[in-house]
Design a protein around this ligand. Sequence first.
Ligand code: SF4
Length: 413
Amino acid sequence: MIRVAGRLLNGAMDTKAFKRSLNSSENYHRKGFGHEAEVAGLMQSEYQSNLIQQIRDNNFTWQRGNVTVRLAEAFGFCWGVERAVAMAYETRQHFPTERIWITNEIIHNPSVNQRLREMQVGFIPVIDNQKDFSEIAQGDVVILPAFGASVQEMQLLNDLGCKIVDTTCPWVSKVWNTVEKHKKNQYTSIIHGKYSHEETIATSSFAGTYLIVLNLAEAEYVAHYILNGGDKAEFMAKFSRAHSEGFDPDRDLAQIGIANQTTMLKGETEQIGKLFEHTMMRKYGPDQLNQHFLSFNTICDATQERQDAMFNLVEKKLDLMVVIGGYNSSNTTHLQEIAIEERIPSYHIDSADRIQPGNQIEHKPLGQPLIVTENWLPEGEIVVGITSGASTPDRVVEEVIEKIFALKTAAVC
Ligand code: SF4
């Protein structure tokens, strides 16, 4: 639900028809505004790093003193994020005097979001866990972030007469098209994602009937229910915040299609797809599978490449891993999971400022609040693995590496 000046808007609508009409509106912009060259220069100076380029050119390895850094062979800004940030910069240039808002963090990176604040881009306030659009006025420019916005938000902004700059990544739009297909054919969308993540909120707003599963364990629970039935009250309680209104597991799991949040672990999304395919085959027989199961490949290439690069990196000898990215960044968290599975000490930080003098680091263990660890860099020669999520600029990775070199140099002196 969305609150605007005290009004509550709820969402039953023909989402496809709405998107079609929005696409043809002169207030809706999905491409840049012709300032690409200027913006590319700005982004180069603000986010790129000479050191990181040198490390890339040196087979992703760099040694200084008794520290060897190994970078993952794919990390950092993906093209969808780069595109979204560039469009936000272009928006400021194109609308120099208008009020500009963004419905959420453009990407999950504190330094990029801070830079937008400095450019006088306002973030829609959140009050009691609900966005408050009451300050938004006709003629304001509103940017939709890389992971999209719910269709109800788009409708609201359109009704208010705002200029909408939609930076939604095409990979995310592809998932929206997938759930639209499920809806058209009256299949329930099983979405592999986090129900509170903005991208999944947006995706579910385009779906008809849907159920969101977080991981393989939840998917197995649902598959078991499909095959054997079960305790409906328990099912509803387990997924209380993760299903469409009026969802009934006894009625709505006979025809299902798979969709995903683009930043989930690729292997897990594939496993979940296979699990439901087998489940429906067992329940209805192979010749009836197509009447009960739909699957399209909607795993984003960039997520896949970063995860594959991480799997390669953790095969090498590493003393520890530093994973850099926003704390609410789903793809960064998944990179950290890979390090943990390999039992490599790993530190998830969102900026170089988390590395503090005296060999201290403030970091976020998986699923836990921030903690400070002392003496995190071992003595003597060390090999440090480094990767970063799709929202992290190279400049931030450079700052982290320089801090590690400096700490180790200080320890030797
Ligand atoms: S991670 Fe993938 S889906 Fe997300 S913004 Fe990047 S390219 Fe797009």
